[in-house]
Design a protein around this ligand. Structure first.
Ligand SMILES: *Cc1c(COP(=O)(O)O)cnc(C)c1O
Length: 377
C-alpha cells in the first residue's frame, strides 16, 4: 500500500469536501489558510485542491510562504499576515501578494517598498479587536488610519481587505466574538470615511465559520477545518473528513521475554512473554515523546498499544503473545480518519493535553507526503 517507511497520505478529496462544508455552513466564500505547509499537509497540493473546490483565496503567515506558492505557479489572491521588520515587502509587491499590515511602522515599510518599485502595494488592514496579538492596536488606530488614508490617496497602496482574528472563536456563544466583529465593522466604517474603504472583510476562523454564520462577512478564513479536524470536538465533526493519515511500515518483529524492559529507561517491562514490533516513526517525525505509553496503532484492523519511550526515529508496540498475525512490512496506521475505529490526531492531542492542530502541523518532513483523491487525477 505505501512504499515508504513513513508516509503521510493526504486525501485531497477530503480537502475539497471540507471546503464545501465550510462554504455551506458559513454562507460565504472561503479564504483557505495554508500556512505552516498547510498544517503539515503540503501547501502547494492543498492550495490547488482547495481552489479547485471553489475556495476563493489563500492565506499564509509569512511572505516567504506566499512566495513559495507563487513560485509553484499558484496565482490566486494570496494574503500574508505576519512580518518581522526585515520582511521582503518588495518581493511581496512584485509577486502580487496582499500584505496584511498590523502597525503604522509596517505600513510605512510597505509604502517605502511601493515607492521604490513605483508600484502600489495591495494591503489588508489587520485590526486587533481583542486578541491582543497581531493587528493594529486600538490606541494606534487614529494615527494608523490617517497614514493609510494618505498612502491610499497618494497611490502607494490599494486597500483590499480588513480582517481581525477571534480570541474565543471556539466558544461560539462567548460575547467577545460579536464584540470583536462590531469593532472590526467600526474600523471598516472609519476607513470608508477616509476614502480608504476595504473591498472585503473577514473575521471567522474554523470554529466561527462552522457555528457563527452571522460573523461571516465576505469571506471566512478557516484552517484546521479545511484539514478535516473539528475545531470544537465536543460539538461533533460537522461532517468534516480528516485529510491526513500517518502510516509506518513495520520494520522489525521480535520476541520479548517476561521481565524484559523496552526502549530507553525500560519504562515498560513485559509481564509475560510477548511479541513486539518496531515502527520507523519517532519524535523527530512529530510523534510526541510525551505520547510514550499512551497511544495505539492499527494494523490489519486491530489495535496494538505503544510501549516504552518514543525515541527520535522509532517506537515499539506490543503485538501480544501470539504476535497478532503482524509481519514485517505490514502497514501500521498511527492516526487517520478514525472512521473504522483507528486512532486519530485528536486521540494523540487528548492523550498529551494539546490540540490536534499541533499534532498534524508537527508531522515532520521525513514522512513522505503521498496525495490521493485529487479530482484531476
Ligand atoms: C491560523 C489562522 C487562521 C486559521 O485558524 P483555524 O483555527 O485553523 O481555522 C485564521 N486566521 C489567522 C489570522 C490565522 O493566523
Amino acid at each position: 500500500m505505501t512504499p515508504h517507511a513513513l508516509t503521510a497520505t493526504i486525501d485531497l478529496g477530503a480537502i475539497a469536501h471540507n471546503v464545501d462544508v465550510l462554504r455551506t455552513a458559513a454562507g460565504a466564500d472561503v479564504l483557505a489558510v495554508v500556512k505552516a505547509d498547510a498544517y503539515g499537509h503540503g501547501a502547494v497540493p492543498v492550495a490547488r485542491a482547495a481552489l479547485g473546490a471553489g475556495a476563493a483565496e489563500l492565506g499564509v503567515a509569512h511572505i516567504t510562504e506566499a512566495l513559495a506558492l507563487r513560485r509553484a505557479g499558484v496565482d490566486a489572491h494570496l494574503t500574508a499576515w505576519l512580518h518581522a521588520p526585515d520582511a521582503d515587502f518588495v518581493s511581496a509587491i512584485e509577486h502580487d501578494i496582499d500584505i496584511a499590515v498590523s502597525s503604522t511602522r509596517q505600513l510605512d515599510s510597505v509604502v517605502a517598498a511601493a515607492e521604490r518599485l513605483s508600484q502600489p502595494a495591495t494591503v489588508t488592514v489587520k485590526v486587533d479587536t481583542g486578541l491582543n496579538r497581531s493587528g493594529v492596536a486600538a490606541d494606534e488606530w487614529p494615527d494608523f488610519s490617517e497614514v493609510l488614508g494618505k498612502a491610499r490617496a497618494g497611490g502607494a497602496v490599494a486597500v483590499r481587505a480588513i480582517m481581525c482574528h477571534l480570541a474565543r472563536g471556539d466558544e461560539p456563544e462567548h460575547p467577545l466574538n460579536s464584540e470583536q466583529a462590531r469593532r472590526l465593522d467600526d474600523a471598516a466604517a472609519d476607513l470608508r470615511r477616509l476614502g480608504a474603504g476595504p473591498e472585503v472583510t473577514h473575521i471567522a476562523n474554523s470554529p466561527a465559520a462552522l457555528t457563527r454564520p452571522d460573523l461571516a462577512r465576505d469571506l471566512v478564513r478557516p484552517g484546521i477545518a479545511l484539514y478535516g479536524r473539528s475545531p470544537i470536538p465536543e460539538r461533533g465533526d460537522f461532517g468534516l473528513v480528516p485529510a491526513m493519515t500517518l502510516t509506518a511500515q513495520v520494520a522489525l518483529v521480535k520476541k520479548l521475554a517476561a521481565g524484559q524492559g523496552v526502549s530507553y529507561g525500560h519504562t515498560f517491562v513485559a509481564q509475560h512473554d510477548t511479541m513486539i514490533a518496531v515502527l520507523p516513526a519517532g519524535y523527530a517525525d512529530g510523534v510526541p515523546r510525551l505520547l510514550s505509553g499512551r497511544f495505539q496503532v492499527a494494523i490489519n484492523g486491530r489495535l496494538f498499544p505503544g510501549i516504552g519511550r518514543v525515541c527520535m526515529d522509532q517506537l515499539v508496540i506490543d503485538l501480544g503473545p501470539d504476535g497478532g498475525g503482524v509481519r514485517e512490512g505490514d502497514v501500521a496506521e498511527l492516526f487517520g480518519t478514525g472512521r473504522t475505529g483507528g486512532p486519530t490526531a485528536g486521540d494523540w492531542a487528548d492523550a498529551i493535553g494539546t490540540i490536534d492542530y499541533e499534532i498534524v502541523s508537527g508531522i515532520g518532513s521525513r514522512a513522505v507526503r503521498r496525495y490521493v483523491g485529487d479530482v484531476d487525477e
